[in-house]
Design a protein around this ligand. Structure first.
Ligand SMILES: Cc1cc2nc3c(=O)[nH]c(=O)nc-3n(C[C@H](O)[C@H](O)[C@H](O)COP(=O)(O)OP(=O)(O)OC[C@H]3O[C@@H](n4cnc5c(N)ncnc54)[C@H](O)[C@@H]3O)c2cc1C
Length: 326
């Protein structure tokens, strides 16, 4: 069986890795410069900041096992920062007993590690799928074409999966249409004065929904670097704006939220058009065995890191099982 996985985020790489381990010939195509997707970290010479997923929890025993493997490989560790809930001037510690994990020395270390033994082709955007005589042909934006493959796995957010599925399996395209994504403006800052007395906060009733001292996470060392995320509604309303125009608004919101004496320095701003799925499916993954098309990702299985990883792994097991039974 020859498989192409479209998308080198956590779901695509988790799927590809299990397929590769099972001896399947698998190639991963990724439109960006490297793997990671929403597990991404922006890096410059003197700072770094996780711009997407901030931490993850592990509840399902299968995912607990994966996290233990990542910890053993030195790419994940628990984060013991002081986490609070901010409601105006009211600050309450979050004491939910939940262990929170992060990638070390940065979030993207996990996906780099997962990708290490795989055939991952960056800067390759899949623009269309065509059914040939011996399998699927994939069109890419550089005009390149792969040899025909038996199985295509779309491990991309639902608005990017939908147009690829629509001409071939309308029922899967309809499922992708029903999984609604929210957007998020994210930014990295430094120069917060006075420095907050906590390491991260869920922000309630504010343009921001999250702030975190990136340097409080294990393996970072850049203690003065902070990350903030705009709330869904606030970000959705600004999706058509340019990063340079949103940056001062985010800095002002951060200063207001944390009671800073001045606006902090904005080091980087990122627009997440598809941030988190607010109406995810519960199927785990989508698979049409007749056509050889499938989809996985957080949106098929909850809305988080754990769901993305399990979605990819479960799809890989289903594909291996159906191949063995043929
Ligand atoms: C701002 C933000 C904060 C978050 N916070 C948390 C958190 O604290 N905890 C948590 O558990 N989760 C969090 N999440 C969610 C978490 O990041 C995701 O659930 C998870 O990373 C999704 O992984 P995925 O593989 O399903 O999708 P993605 O990571 O989106 O991977 C999809 C990949 O497909 C590629 N791609 C898309 N279209 C194409 C194409 N046509 N051709 C080739 N490649 C393509 C993309 O470039 C991308 O690399 C957050 C997400 C964001 C954005």
């Amino acid at each position: 069986m020859r498989v192409v996985v479209v998308g080198a985020g956590l779901a695509g790489l988790s799927c590809a890795r299990l397929l590769h381990t099972a001896g399947v010939d698998v190639t991963v195509l990724e439109k960006s410069r490297g793997p990671g997707g929403r597990l991404t970290t922006r890096r410059r010479d003197d700072w770094q900041g996780d711009l997407g997923a901030q931490y993850f929890t592990a509840r399902d025993p299968e995912f607990v096992e994966s996290v233990a493997e990542w910890q053993e490989a030195g790419v994940a560790a628990p984060w013991h920062g002081r986490l609070v809930r901010l409601h105006g001037a009211d600050i309450r510690d979050v004491a939910d007993g939940q262990r929170r994990w992060v990638g070390v020395p940065r979030m993207s270390a996990i996906t780099r590690w997962l990708a290490s033994d795989l055939d991952v082709r960056p800067q390759t955007r899949v623009t269309g799928l065509r059914r040939g005589g011996a399998g699927w042909q994939l069109d890419t934006d550089e005009g390149g074409r792969l040899d025909e493959v038996d199985q295509v796995v779309l491990a991309v957010p639902p608005p990017q999966a939908e147009p690829l599925l629509r001409p071939h399996v309308p029922s899967l395209a309809a499922a992708a249409r029903s999984a609604r994504m929210q957007s998020c403006w994210a930014a990295v800052f430094r120069g917060l004065e006075p420095a907050p007395a906590f390491d991260a906060a869920f922000v309630m009733e504010h343009p921001l929904r999250w702030v975190a001292r990136d340097g409080s996470k294990p393996g970072r060392g850049n203690s003065g670097i902070w990350v903030a995320h705009g709330s869904g509604g606030w970000s959705d309303a600004r999706m058509v704006m340019e990063p340079d125009d949103v940056a001062p608004e985010l800095a002002a919101a951060l200063a207001d939220t944390l009671g800073l004496s001045a606006s902090p320095e904005v080091l980087s701003v990122h627009r997440w058009r598809y941030s988190q799925c607010v109406e995810p499916l519960t199927d785990g993954y989508l698979l049409d065995t007749e056509s050889g098309l499938a989809a996985c990702g957080d949106w098929c299985n909850g809305d988080r890191v754990e769901g993305a990883c399990l979605s990819g792994q479960r799809l890989a097991r289903a594909l291996t099982a159906s191949h063995q039974s043929c």
